[in-house]
Design a protein around this ligand. Structure first.
Ligand code: PLP
Length: 396
């Protein structure tokens, strides 16, 4: 049996979602752009899904366009903002963005890359992963085309203060985009009342299948399409609509809205139980990220002097899925840019593990992890010369 605590990576497709999309994989295969009734009826289902997504984020349906994923939404928003502000050459983001934003910003910041040569400001975060709004104020200037700041961090769950950030941008007439891929469905939001111009979301983080996302574009925001082709999505995104996935995202959005309370209460309580249990039972364990301004489902814990990847492998033997803040690529363990930006010491960043829960987790699963993980940490520390020495020194 698998204990799945890696929901910030991806989520299980909800049975209700699978059921909703099923007819569109079999009988209802028409093209929503077709003139005939067979296609036309499918177009109505696409519009219903648009309403469901809009309802989850507090937007008007015409402000939602469907994309293939969160990455496409981010790329569309950022490239659009730069295209409609072609006279401005300054782009502001943070040091802790997901690669979907971060790597694009780096390309745009490179002299000589396609569409590049922008002046890039990457705002720092403090040791709890929080942004200082005064730093944003200092960075804004008359040449700034766009500010793109994530709503919730995928590694730590830290929530940025979107309202004041957007307010500051609006007061200076600067476009504001937020990558809300991790926030949508986990925290309540009402975009009608927020100074956000564009917002990205992704289906597979909220129990819809992979390969579907959406971009919110506030009414009146100048827009330049990323995917140019047919007239779909009111000329804002060419390409025949992936109807089954769109219908799935709509149903997932409806479910997420109904389950927001549960995320904030039961899922949060499970996360807190896991966090408290592990911090109490594993000496030298510490929380990465803000203790309160955080997604209800995420905890990121460092176990000093052990490798996160080794922890994951041993957890995996118990069927427990989590993820680590370091990635073993090209043979060298590179700690995550998020933990580095927070100034987490090297020895702790290497031993970081992210647990991300969903409404499908149970108390029994959490208790199993609290039982299984502390002996794993002890064992790994015993075989790590560094950990052994450090622990010996710590003993009275
Ligand atoms: C914060 C954030 N932004 C963007 C993405 C990319 O979304 P997708 O996998 O749908 O392209 C992710 C996925 O992990 C994410 O966590």
């Amino acid at each position: 049996m698998v204990i799945y605590l890696d929901n910030n990576a991806t989520t299980a497709v909800a049975p209700e979602v699978r059921q909703a999309m099923e007819p569109f994989l079999t009988d209802l295969y028409g093209n929503p752009s077709s003139m005939h009734t067979f296609g036309g009826q499918v177009a109505r289902n696409v519009e219903e899904a648009r309403e469901q997504v809009a309802d989850l984020v507090g937007a008007h349906p015409t402000e939602i366009l469907f994309t293939s994923c969160g990455t496409e939404s981010d790329n569309t928003a950022i490239r659009s903002a730069l295209a409609v502000n072609s006279g401005r050459r300054h782009l502001i983001t943070t040091r802790v963005e997901h690669p979907a934003v971060r790597n694009l910003c780096h390309v745009l910041g490179q002299e000589g890359s396609v569409g590049g040569g922008y002046r890039l400001t990457e705002l720092p975060v403090d040791s709890q992963g929080m942004l200082n709004i005064a730093d944003l104020g200092d960075a804004l200037d008359d040449d700034t085309a766009l500010v793109t700041v994530m709503w919730a961090n995928n590694e730590t769950g830290v929530l940025f203060p979107i309202d004041p950030i957007g307010g500051l941008c609006r007061s200076r007439g600067i476009l504001f985009h937020t990558d809300a891929v991790q926030a949508v469905g986990k925290v309540p939001m009402n975009l009608a009342d927020l100074p956000v111009d564009m917002l990205s979301l992704s289906g597979h983080k909220l129990h819809a299948p992979k390969g579907i996302g959406a971009l919110y574009v506030r009414r009146g925001t100048r827009f330049s399409p990323f995917m140019v082709g047919g007239h779909q999505e009111r000329n804002r995104r060419g390409g025949t609509e992936p109807v089954p996935s769109i219908v799935a995202l709509g149903r997932a959005a409806e479910l997420a809205k109904a389950r927001l309370d549960e995320e904030q209460t039961r899922v949060r309580a499970l996360r807190d139980r896991l966090e408290k249990g592990l911090l109490a039972k594993c000496p030298g364990a510490m929380l990465n990220g803000h203790p309160t301004a955080r997604l209800p489902n995420t905890t990121n814990i460092s176990f000093e002097y052990v490798e996160g990847e080794a922890i994951l492998l041993l957890l995996d033997q118990h069927g427990i899925c989590a993820s680590s803040g370091s990635a073993c690529t090209t043979g060298s363990l590179e700690p995550s840019h998020v933990l580095r930006a927070m100034g987490v010491p090297f020895t702790a960043a290497h031993g970081s593990v992210r647990f991300s829960l969903s409404v499908y987790n149970t108390e029994a699963e959490i208790d199993k992890v609290i039982e299984v993980l502390p002996p794993i940490i002890r064992r790994l520390r015993e075989i790590s010369p560094f950990g052994r020495d450090e622990l010996a020194r710590a003993k009275p």
